[in-house]
Design a protein. Structure first.
Length: 249
């Protein structure tokens, strides 16, 4: 059997785990050991981390938290640990705290921040609205895009308001398109006039296209929405015209 020589810090983590957790699943124990061992190649560590997330076993939260919050770990280890934590989901408060701590870490990579925002969305973390609102106005367009995605999944009245307020200020067409998708997918009737405005007035075909697609998905359209879609059938963009045409009777 192969032997492992773990650094002292990892040994302390393992000893603590073994003292507090009665492992009944030898596969889980093996995955934890493999994920934590920095001498293992990423090709082994990353699948082990993903296995821990898929297990949904709360005893995996501590080692995943240590991996996610360790700045010396490779990027692939930290991002996959963040996703795995979101997949486990509980204890929720502990996981959300770790994710926010990682997001606000000094010198954190933007890619890891993107992953944290994605994870908060997957957790539908209404508790993290202040962080997501901050990210929604970040200088980085991809950060705003990821924040809009997450807020769309949360879909609380506050999240809806943040998105609708941002749409009127947003300069990036990709972010505006994502905000339109997020608002339209909430199923909130208040999204309809916002989508109508995007369809009739947004300068970007991509945004108008998404507004048309989302409006056509509404079960009960108001006369104003039907009028906007009728006008969009003559839009200057073939993409928008096609979106209006598809599914029409």
């Amino acid at each position: 059997m192969a032997t492992h020589r773990f650094p002292a810090s990892i040994l302390c983590i393992l000893m603590g785990l073994m003292a507090s957790v009665a492992w009944s699943d030898s596969g889980l124990q093996e995955a934890i050991l493999k994920a934590l061992d920095p001498s293992n190649p990423l090709e082994e560590r990353v699948p082990a981390i993903q296995q821990l997330g898929a297990s949904k076993d709360e005893s995996a939260v501590r080692p995943l938290s240590d991996l996610c919050s360790n700045p010396s770990e490779p990027h692939a280890v930290r991002t996959n640990a963040a996703r795995a934590l979101a997949h486990i989901g509980e204890p929720r408060g502990e996981i959300l705290s770790i994710l926010e701590q990682v997001y606000r870490e000094r010198d954190v990579s933007v890619n890891l921040q993107y992953t944290v925002l994605e994870s908060l969305g997957n957790l539908e973390a209404a508790e993290a609205l202040s962080l997501l609102l901050e990210a929604l106005s970040a200088p980085d367009g991809t950060m705003r895009f990821k924040a809009a995605q997450a807020l769309g999944k949360i879909a609380t009245p506050e999240a809806f308001q943040y998105l609708s307020d941002r749409l009127t200020k947003e300069s990036d067409r990709y972010v505006r398109a994502q905000i339109v998708r997020a608002l339209g997918n909430t199923g909130n009737a208040a999204a309809e006039p916002i989508l109508i405005q995007a369809l009739t007035a947004d300068p970007a075909p991509l945004v108008r296209y998404n507004a048309a697609v989302l409006l056509k998905g509404f079960k009960n359209l108001t006369p104003a929405a039907r009028s906007a879609l009728d006008a969009a059938a003559k839009d200057s963009s073939p993409l928008v015209r096609q979106a209006v045409k598809e599914g029409s009777r």
